[in-house]
Design a protein around this ligand. Structure first.
Ligand SMILES: CC(=O)N[C@H]1[C@@H](OP(=O)(O)O)O[C@H](CO)[C@@H](O)[C@@H]1O
Ligand SMILES: [Mg+2]
Length: 590
């Protein structure tokens, strides 16, 4: 098409006569059960926030709000796809939240989150009134007209596409149609990849844009990860006296883990790994799933609480988090003993370090640098183990996986995990050039590093990939669950509290959220309390997702951790009331 024609078309298309399907407007917003659920213009939304990034970017609400939001988000994805001439992802999920909720987030060309600039565009597009939307869109498109035109004119538009996935919620298929309509607004190809885990969507988007990475389909993802697992398995003989068990039970949270992980496992022979599935078809995230297990420290629904089931793992609803657990001995009411994100991270790091040390011994000048990133919530014993036994200084990053990932990206091998089980490993270009080469000609330790890096989903934390990686490493060490619990470190007793406060903004932290700069005097009080206990640590930080201050405390015994946590919570609440009192007093004075 001649450039002038295209320009003409684009101008016509982006003038105010744009045709929006009424069911995806604010006024006509229609839900999956065909009810009109209008969204008033004064209801405003935030994808990210202007000042500070949201911890969980995207939109997440009751599903009935979402049709018009998904429509507009998919339009924005199509604009980005056209601008970059690349595949862009739209994931429709509300993760571990209740079944009635849903959400949407966009995935950039490389499998990463979209940039800040695009988060701000998302807010502009979603918050526009129905009447203003054509103008908002036209103004936005002006910024990209040149790049889109020159690519189109030179015939390079073929890579632009919107790739959309949903989780298992009933509202999903309807929202998929809203996304299809949104992408059609800009005539961009739409690829419906159906019910997938969030990490599969990230992986498939990256695969579309880097065809050498993997084939961009469900099967391509299964194939790439299971191939690496099988090859690594053959390079991983079990040590003498091994107590490793190649079987476990998985809590699927009644989510996407059930159908998709079953398919992945079809490519792994039963003698390598046997998985029994639980919670496949019930109510999503209800009494089960990684978030439930972590917060309640309870055995999920569908599991025998009498310790008959030795090795269990739990996914969340969209399978981007994983925890291992087993029934805690001696508890009648189904308490769970957790093998959390910290323990998984340390297990991976110990394995990787072992392979790396062999490499470094032979090539001292061409070393690969490994780092481990945790948050302040990481159990103090895990941090000490990393420092003292692995001889690596762990980095403590502020809460939110993207912040961990950013820190991890500074290393050749960057392991990052949140305690709640969301994490993965990222690898540098230098790692690629040294390790990800023709596998067969490499010495065993490098082959292992290569294959391990392929079992892992480096785009984002992935419950399936993290499970397979954990099993390989347990087999490598010949470890049972007992060994995994006892041979690394013993968790320091810890407890979390929530303080409800009037104004979150008076709590200002520094030092990766471990120290309070404001309100004045509060940190000094916390320090004085911590000093009263052995092996103790405590901090308070405003949550980034809820209107509460979270308090975390650790000490030599659970009773002491509890006492410390309680005192710190009281101190936080007192600081809050004092602030409220002063504010009222000041108003009175004026
Ligand atoms: C203690 C805790 O679990 N915090 C969670 C929670 O953040 P808060 O800022 O603590 O509300 O939600 C985040 C986003 O999902 C997650 O990354 C983080 O780990
Ligand atoms: Mg999730």
């Amino acid at each position: 098409m001649a450039e002038a024609d295209f320009l003409g078309q684009l101008q016509v298309r982006t003038m105010a006569n744009l045709d929006f399907p009424p069911q995806y407007t604010r006024a006509g917003n229609t839900t999956h059960n065909n009810e009109v659920h209008s969204i008033p213009q004064d209801e405003q939304f935030a994808y990210g926030t202007e000042m500070e990034e949201k911890l969980a970017p995207g939109f997440r609400f009751r599903a009935e709000k979402l049709p018009f939001i998904v429509y507009r988000c998919a339009y924005l994805a199509s604009l980005l796809a056209r601008h970059l001439d690349a595949a862009i992802g739209v994931m429709i999920t509300a993760s571990h939240n209740p079944a009635q909720d849903n959400g949407v987030k966009l995935v950039n060309f490389n499998g990463d989150r979209i940039t800040r600039r695009w988060e701000i565009y998302a807010d502009q597009v979603i918050n526009a009134s129905d009447a203003d939307l054509p103008k908002v869109i036209r103004d936005l498109e002006k910024n990209f007209q040149r790049s889109s035109q020159s690519k189109i004119a030179s015939g390079l538009i073929d890579n632009a596409k919107v790739v959309c996935g949903i989780d298992t919620r009933v509202s999903g298929p309807h929202l998929m149609e809203a996304a299809r309509a949104g992408a059609a607004l800009f005539n961009v190809k739409f690829v419906d990849i159906g019910v997938v885990s969030t990490p599969m969507l990230h992986y498939i988007v990256k695969s579309f844009n880097e065809p050498e990475f993997a084939e961009a389909t469900h099967q391509g993802y299964y194939q790439a990860i299971s191939d690496a697992f099988r090859k690594l398995y053959t390079l991983t003989p079990e040590p003498k006296g091994s107590r490793y068990q190649p079987e476990l039970i998985v809590d699927c949270a009644n989510g996407v883990g059930a159908p998709r992980f079953r398919e992945l496992l079809e490519l792994i022979p039963k003698e390598m790994l046997r998985v029994e599935f639980r919670n496949e078809n019930g109510e999503l995230n209800h009494g089960c799933g990684a978030d439930f297990v972590k917060i309640r420290q309870n055995i999920p629904a569908g599991f025998d609480s009498e310790a008959k089931e030795p090795k269990c793992a739990s996914f969340d609803g969209d399978a981007d988090r994983i925890l291992y657990f087993r029934a805690k001995k001696g508890y009648l009411y189904g308490k769970a003993e957790l093998f959390d994100g910290d323990r998984i991270a340390v297990l991976f790091a110990k394995y990787l370090k072992e392979q790396l040390d062999i490499y470094t011994a032979s090539k001292p000048r061409n070393s690969l640098k490994m780092g481990i990133v945790q948050t302040a919530y990481a159990n103090g014993s895990s941090t000490r183990f990393i420092r003292e036994h692995l001889k690596i200084e762990p980095i403590i990053a502020p809460t939110g996986v993207k912040r961990l990932q950013r820190n991890a990206a500074a290393f050749d091998i960057g392991v990052y995990f949140e305690t709640n089980g969301h994490g993965t490993i990222v690898f540098s270009k230098h790692f690629d050039s040294v390790v990800r080469r023709n596998t067969d000609s490499l010495p065993t330790h490098l082959q292992r590093l290569h294959l391990f890096s392929r079992v892992i989903n480096e785009t984002v934390g992935d419950a399936f990939a993290d499970l397979l990686a954990t099993e390989i490493v347990l087999r490598h060490f010949g470890w049972s669950m007992d060994d995994w619990m006892q041979k690394l470190y013993e968790d320091t007793p810890s407890i979390s509290f929530q303080a409800s406060v009037g104004d979150l903004s008076i709590f200002k932290t520094t030092n990766a959220e471990q120290t309070l700069e404001e309100p004045d005097g509060l940190q000094k009080r916390i320090d004085e309390e911590v000093a009263k206990y052995k092996n103790a640590r405590a901090f308070a930080r405003p949550s980034g997702t809820e209107n509460i201050v979270r308090v975390y405390a650790e000490a030599d015994t659970l009773e002491n951790a509890h006492r410390l946590g309680e005192t710190v919570t009281q101190a936080v609440e007192q600081a809050d009331s004092r602030h409220r009192y002063l504010k009222r007093f000041m108003r009175f004075q004026l």
